[in-house]
Design a protein around this ligand. Sequence first.
Ligand code: FAD
Ligand code: NAP
Length: 580
Amino acid sequence: MTTKARTRRATENGTRFDAVVVGAGFAGMYMLHRLRGLGFTARVFEAGSGVGGTWYWNRYPGARCDVESMQYSFSFSEELDQEWIWSEKYSPQPEILAYANHIADRFDLRRDIVFDTRVTKATFDEAGKRWHIETDRGDKVSARFCIMAVGCLSAPNRPRFEGIDDFKGPIYHTGEWPHEGVDFTGLRVGVIGTGSSAIQSIPIIAKQASQLTVFQRTATWSVPAWNERLSPDYLKQVKAHYPELRAKARARPTGFYFPFNIKPALEASAEERDKQYEESWARGGLPFLGAFGDLLFEKEANDTIADFARRKIRGIVKDPAVAELLCPENVFGCKRLCVDTGYFETYNLPHVKLVDVSRTGIERFSAGGIVVDGVQYPVDAIVSATGFAAMTGSYDKITIAGRSGLTLAEKWRVGPRTYLGLASAGFPNLFMITGPGSPSVLASMIQAIEQHVDWLVDCFGHMRDIGASTIEARVEDEDAWVEHVNEVSKVSLRSTCSSWYVGSNTPGRPRVFMPYIGGFPIYVQKCNEVMSSGFDGFVLEGATKTNKPPQVRLTERWRAPLDIEVMSPAAVAAGRVPVV
Ligand code: FAD
Ligand code: NAP
């Protein structure tokens, strides 16, 4: 739900660009910046009224990053790193959105971005070797390259609950929060879901609402953020060594740096384990999963961290029955681990109620509430914290027709098929930033975005150098990559539960583990090898100078040695790279 009216403007008809980019989140913005560096003409279409993507749409109370701000930011400009001041360890949404706007202004990006405009169709013209792009505002433009920067978590999942239209109050989705905010003071509020968006918003909504009822289908694992303001001294200290921190981050399995204990939990005594878990809990956040090296590979090891976290929940939540309901039964960290501020404590408040819908589901909405198992829970407003059709949802909404008219949606009916999460066979000159099959959501995403964009720019530069007209993933290499992504996922306990990683949070999608879990630097190495070999796995057409080796323009900074402290050669060979 956005409240801004769409700006009036003339439609663009027939304009030819070197590249069209879909989406103006961090990915679309950085892509545009780098395309300009190549001297390309480019147009970005963005459905929202402003830049920032995730941080433009997700304005729910409590929204903030879960990768520390000093690392959840662009690394391509040292000046930018030095000039921007993050106020908190995990900065809140308004500040991240302000950062996105700063990027747009500092790099003068807005003049090539068209807002309030959704791309509806992209069709490849085989004869002209161009993409024809259409929008919901009637624009019809063409481009040699079409780059999807549509985001992994940008298509809200809105379950069609029975009776949904009967409900008389407002329903807010966390991923489309009203710009003017929502005042819940004195209202009875129902929150559906207990994923990251819910656990961030629940403690704050509870402060306003007269009654808060949380409808939980699956209990969530959550670790305290211990968020804090960043002192000038701390900022100075980090900024003095920012390039080293960025380099260390790039060599880490998740693309961000934190102390990691590679020792297996199963080789530690019970006392050692508890000591380590206490220390890691005191540090908080996603790094908690780095307490030991085998937590996402050995169920027995995982049980030890799960037991510890359950003890914490039982220690916080006073009502034993509520505490038991809040204790997850699935693998710790199987779904994306949540990072909270006072989530479990909220259930000690007398006006907060937890309703278990794990067995029955939500029966229906009524005019004045939500019905579960025949019981009506009266609510005045509903917050749908039900997540996203992750990884592929925003692609599904665009009719993308490649060679012979085959659409991407048809091709992906069995699950997304890509080469390196960058391209898909049958769709020449069409690229994805953080597409399925790349580390994407299992890495600090801004780093994943930068690595993809830098690789693409070097690819486009090479095509220009050799006079190639199209580049397209080869089917056999794509098949082998899809197989590899699938194989590696089986090594991790993460593939064992029904999460959005496997698409099973929304009905009708095939169960496929979509992101690449083999480790960010391993993946980067593969991308670099593909480039060094002259784009092995891709077919380049129309080249006049085929003997020219690719010139590395931007990807140099990604040619980092693997951090063998956390990735031994044996672990890499076995696909057991610890991705938290
Ligand atoms: P997005 O930010 O999703 O931007 C995509 C843009 O494309 C959107 O603005 C959308 O409107 C536009 N778009 C989509 N389809 C079309 C179309 N057809 N036509 C026109 N425009 C279109 N990641 C982390 O690494 N760390 C975090 O702490 C973190 N926190 C998060 C918190 C929340 C609440 C959510 C939802 C995600 C979080 N993520 C986090 C993931 C986050 O999505 C990425 O970090 C990053 O912001 C993605 O940037 P992007 O540009 O790839 O995609
Ligand atoms: P999510 O993790 O998918 O959580 C959605 C919640 O809604 C789950 O609890 C789910 O239950 C529930 N749900 C969905 N459909 C339902 C239905 N029909 N009936 C009842 N319950 C239903 O979505 P999210 O919380 O928006 O987070 C998505 C991702 O965005 C995160 O994993 C993270 O990567 C990112 N994010 C990050 C932050 C951050 O801390 N920086 C904050 C928000 C989001 P089930 O578990 O049973 O499916």
